[in-house]
Design a protein around this ligand. Structure first.
Ligand SMILES: [Zn+2]
Length: 181
């Protein structure tokens, strides 16, 4: 599968500096561009839509703005990559492995790489209590009508910031253009 067309646009929402949009902390905040992606596949062709908006982040969370959460497809690709490396490693080390592993190199590689991949994703944690390592806002839906964005939805990790966004963008929400989860 590959992505055949890319569309990107800048949103112009009102993004209130009430608190960090990730962990909810008050204090010094910095507005950081947050690219939110939606990828759709039609058989082999895909379209990728990127909507960018600047949200307020605290110093600890600002790096999360660009960390797109891996979907199942990306995780599967990471797993395949890890498996091929681990398989090569167990083949090279086969003579010094325990017998049950040496007899089942391929299955040993599959299990080992599943553990490594799961371990890798388990360590992706935020340093802030209540925060997330990944982007704290996701594009949940987007419909393009004519040349513009007809309707779109955003989901926030932080409920307090979602509330602030709903109050600040009530007009767009009432008009049915924006949904905030
Ligand atoms: Zn924060």
């Amino acid at each position: 599968m590959f992505v055949g067309s890319y569309t990107s646009a800048r949103l112009s929402l009102t993004t209130p500096p009430d608190c960090c949009c990730n962990c909810g902390a008050h204090g010094p905040l910095e507005f950081v561009d947050t690219p939110m992606k939606q990828v759709r596949f039609f058989l082999v062709f895909g379209t990728e839509l990127t909507l960018t908006e600047a949200f307020p982040y605290c110093a600890d969370c600002k790096r999360s703005a660009k960390r797109v959460r891996h979907g199942w497809l990306a995780k599967g690709m990471v797993y395949c990559l890890v498996t091929s490396i681990v398989f090569l490693a167990v083949v090279i080390a086969s003579s010094s492995l325990p017998r049950f592993m040496g007899d089942n190199l391929f299955y040993s590689a599959l299990v080992l790489s599943a553990l490594l991949t799961a371990g890798y994703y388990a360590t992706r944690k935020s340093r802030q209590p209540g925060g997330t390592y990944y982007q704290p806002v996701a594009l949940t839906e987007a419909w393009i009508g004519g040349q513009q964005l007809a309707q779109y939805g955003l989901a926030f990790h932080n409920e307090r910031y979602a509330g602030a966004m709903r109050r600040a963008n009530a007009e767009l929400i009432d008009a049915g253009i924006l949904k905030i989860a």
